[in-house]
Design a protein around this ligand. Sequence first.
Ligand SMILES: [Zn+2]
Length: 410
Amino acid sequence: MSKWLDMLRHQYNYLLADRFDWWEFNRCPINACPLVCSIAEPREQPEYYGQKRSLVSLKAERDWYKDIHADVLQDMVKRVDLALTRFIKGDSNGKRSGKPRFKNKNRYRTFAYQRVKPDCIQGNRIELPKLGKIKLIQHRPIPDGFTLKRALVTQKADGWYVSLTLEDVSVPDSPVIDKKPTEANSIGVDAGLEYFVACSDGTMVKPPKFYRQAEEKLSKLQAKREARKKGSTARRKLNERIAKLHQQIARQRQQWHFELAGELVDKAEVVFVEDLKVSNLAKRNKPKQDNEGKFLPNGQSAKSGLNKSFADAGIAGFLNEILPYKAARAGRLVIKVNPAGTSQHCAICLNRVPKELSDRWHDCSCGVSMPRDLNSGILIKKVGLGVRLTIKRESGKSRRRSLHLPDREV
Ligand SMILES: [Zn+2]
């Protein structure tokens, strides 16, 4: 299977390069003809079917490619096509991805069978075409009435995994959830660092610091690895241990997220969350220079610590993917609201109570006193239910800029 991945990756990169080359040689700026421009008739643009046909000659020239199942090879061609389509045209929502990358060993870990036999799992073995019968630990039984469709084989830090796609034609598509949010059936959820979530009903959940805990272990291992010679067996083994530790952290976090999402969805029919833009979170602060061109502190080092915690807490993934997924399964609704002002206003009297990032408590002249995140949670619910906040944009922005703080509140 490792050999297959290697061969598939080489061919993937080759076909991708072929696509790029065509663009490179058949394009020219409007006002100048570059030296690399094609002078002959442009050759036919490589596309999916053409590249698929090229597999025949590939197998003739390099007969070791015959070892790979034809289905798996074709799926690799499809991946090239998909990567290019997402780059040029975008996906079904018109959202474009970045330029496809050439893949190294660490970035090419999966191959796929488009079809597998419905009875390919027999006892504790799975039969994959050309690979034969392979021992398997089955995570859960295949439910009645479903037939097996695709099989994806992935190499992970601790072994090989196969994911199966199932189909049951009698199961309807996910129904459209139509719920009217009211005061009684909804909650507002503020996500942050101090409290991972703070809900309008008063629930506050601290984030588990899996990563920070594991970090010490990780840095010890990394220091050990640096002491070993490159290419040595000891170093390779340490690399494996580090990869496994990363995997463990990711799994712990994911499980915790799913459990928490389940708890939130149980609370109310409609969950209001802030509309979080991921790209803003991870952005680096702009360099700052004084009049003589000397670089001034721009707050990046403080923010790097913040970014790390963000990566740790995985807030965006939780709000944008896991929570909506859990809600849809339970027939509940997640609605995103504009977070502007939700940390700067009082949840009870709606007056503006300016705060710095470091102010963790909300005190208002109307007598309200509670944790800042709880205040935001309640406000997010109110905004979701239609309350409008008066936001003085300019003053807020310039104040934050002068403090070199990120534009987003946490
Ligand atoms: Zn107030």
